[in-house]
Ligand binder design. Structure first.
Ligand code: SF4
Length: 598
């Protein structure tokens, strides 16, 4: 039975509001204990977000720990700016990934992260450990936290949870995919419209019998100094040339860039230009916008909800965003935005990652076309896509159960390894490296498996740069992104606001909130956190052999566009890796030369 405790020794008390975050909330799901702890000194130096999560993961999650066992940790963290500065309502979800076995940090926005920070004043993270006997949720209500048994929540989508908890509550939780421990299940918030999407944190939550976190809180009163600073940043964000794309049409605009550069994954990574582009491109999105969507306190409002009439008549609550469009659309040969939205909604309802699903379905289709008999599904077959998603979410039958373990596992069981695009078991996102070679390095060296968020080198090298096939410049771009993004993620700042926040990496805001960091110190902090996570991964068995190029990238890209006929040269790829490790100060095997001693 789950005990219900109110902050241990702080029962009934409200935590005094302050802007300095120096506590964590530790939730032991096995015993039911919910306690506030001081943030350890070593973690304090890492501020919050990814840094604090990296500290506790390195210290507490040992190599032998199975990601889906009670011993794994699931950490929700945020930063001192969260909810106070514009574009900072971001939740960092960290754990040992059940998909890749690496450190995993996944990010989501919306209202939930700010509400959570306001609901737990003075705290920078929640660490979940253990496993509850039956399904439960964590209630955070104006400074009080308790675990509540709730077996009746099993089977519900995050959207349905809102109907139970009513107005005024924000929720982050799992759907059926997380309960069934699909290894790429998401943790979703804001009525199921924002997702900590990649790497399977939702499966870890499901393995702990934790359905959701429900938060009720109010924003604190802010001193004039903070309000003035916020107003100045709103202006900067609105006026910066680097954020105009977000204001205009959000991530949907990327479809144009990828199609133009010839690196839009199409037909199971066969081509880099999509024949049905006009039906799924930014113009189609623009004409279908029902309303724009935003996170808490963001002047960019990059999101959108669509009203579509095509194969399906559908109104989306948010999205689909670029990655989903690319992977469930062109990569699966689907040229109907309403059909892509239908598949996206289904993935959202079950809480599974659309990038993995798009990779898996595109791979099944490609295998079918190449004569590898796994499942009879042709490019563009939306009805069969729905069947596959249902099977994955419920782990139905041998096919659904195997696909729920991920692309790499599925290929090892069924064959078709030559046609998977992945690294460390995580499917490639929507930028084919054959049209932007730096992305091959970015995917290989990303700490959580193939990811475009740690380094989006496709932007400066290809979309607005002139070095798409330059192997020599790539390592520097990638290393720079890794350091900068790690610093911004210790503060949990939205990536899309980086044109503004990269100027000082958030140091002005930190000073206003009582922290003392220069830009240079923050940059070093980013590099330090990146190496801490690398140490975690090395301890868990990863090194150079795992920073690989999938075989499919050595085949020439087919179809039209500037990257037609291009492939990644394995020898030059290895030289990029050498250079990248050298820049990081790691050994030739990709191992940090010193340990953080945790
Ligand atoms: S830019 Fe978009 S994702 Fe980022 S905080 Fe604003 S609305 Fe959210």
């Amino acid at each position: 039975m789950i005990l219900i405790l109110f902050f241990g020794s702080m029962m009934g008390e409200k935590i005094t509001e302050n802007f300095k975050l120096d506590k964590i909330l530790r939730v032991d799901l096995t015993s039911g204990s919910v306690k506030s702890e001081p943030l350890e000194r070593g973690a304090k130096e890492l501020i919050g977000g990814k840094g604090v999560a990296a500290f506790y993961m390195l210290k507490e999650v040992k190599p032998e720990i199975d990601p889906l066992s009670p011993e794994n940790r699931l950490i929700f963290s945020w930063g001192p700016l969260t909810g106070l500065a514009p574009t900072t309502s971001r939740l960092v979800v960290s754990t040992k990934s059940p998909l890749t076995g690496t450190f995993l940090d996944s990010y989501s926005g919306g209202m939930f992260p700010a509400k959570l920070r306001f609901g737990l004043p003075g705290h920078v993270a929640i660490i979940f450990e253990g496993k509850a006997e039956e399904m439960c949720y964590l209630s955070v209500d104006h400074g009080n936290a308790e675990l509540v048994p709730a077996p009746e929540l099993r089977g519900k989508s995050v959207f349905e949870l809102y109907q139970k908890f009513g107005d005024g509550a924000e929720i982050a939780g799992i759907g059926v995919g997380g309960e069934k421990m699909v290894r790429y299940a998401t943790i979703s918030s804001d009525r199921g419209t924002h997702h900590a999407g990649r790497g399977g944190a939702g499966a870890v939550m499901g393995s702990k019998n934790l359905k959701c976190v429900v938060v009720k809180s109010d924003p604190p009163a802010l001193p004039k100094e903070i309000r003035d600073l916020a107003a100045a940043y709103v202006k900067k964000l609105r006026e910066n040339p680097g954020t105009q794309w977000a204001i205009q049409i959000g991530t949907a605009g990327t479809t144009f860039s990828s199609q133009s550069a010839g690196l839009l994954p199409s037909l199971g990574w066969r081509m880099g230009r999509f024949f049905g582009y006009d039906s799924i491109g930014p113009e189609k999105v623009k004409e279908s916008v029902k309303e724009r969507k935003t996170c808490y306190f963001c002047p960019l409002a990059c999101g959108y909800a669509l009203k579509l009439k095509g194969k399906f008549e559908i109104e989306t609550r948010k999205g689909p965003e670029y990655e989903t469009i690319a992977m469930l659309g062109p990569n699966c040969g689907i040229d109907d935005l309403s059909a892509i939205s239908k598949l996206d909604s289904l993935c959202g309802e079950y809480g599974i990652d659309t990038i993995e699903v798009g990779n898996i379905i595109g791979w099944l289709m490609r295998c079918n076309e190449e004569g590898i008999k796994i499942f009879d599904i042709k490019f563009g077959d939306v009805e069969k896509c729905i069947q596959v998603i249902e099977a994955i979410a419920h782990r139905d039958g041998r096919l659904g159960n195997t696909l729920a373990d991920g692309l790499k596992k599925a290929a090892s069981v069924f064959g078709g390894e030559d046609f998977i695009a992945e690294c460390k078991g995580m499917g490639y996102p929507g930028y084919d490296p054959r049209g932007s070679v730096a992305m091959a390095l970015a995917y290989a060296t990303s700490d959580r498996g193939a990811c475009h968020k740690r380094s989006w080198a496709v932007g400066p090298t290809t979309f607005w740069g002139d070095a798409p096939y330059d192997y020599e410049k790539a390592p520097r771009f990638v290393k720079e992104d890794h350091d900068n993004n790690s610093a911004l993620w210790c503060l949990a700042i939205c990536d899309f606001a980086s044109p503004v926040y990269l100027e000082d990496l958030g140091s002005e805001w930190l000073r206003a909130l009582g922290y003392n960091f220069t830009r240079e110190q923050l940059k070093s902090l980013g590099a330090k956190v990146w190496s801490m996570v690398r140490e975690f991964n090395v301890r868990h068995g990863f090194d150079r052999k795992d920073d690989y190029l999938p075989k499919i990238m050595t085949r020439p890209l087919e179809g039209e566009g500037p990257a037609r006929g291009k492939s990644i040269d394995p020898e030059k790829f290895n030289q990029m890796l050498d250079k990248y490790y050298e820049l990081q100060g790691w050994t030739k095997d990709g191992k940090p030369k010193s340990s953080f001693g945790l």
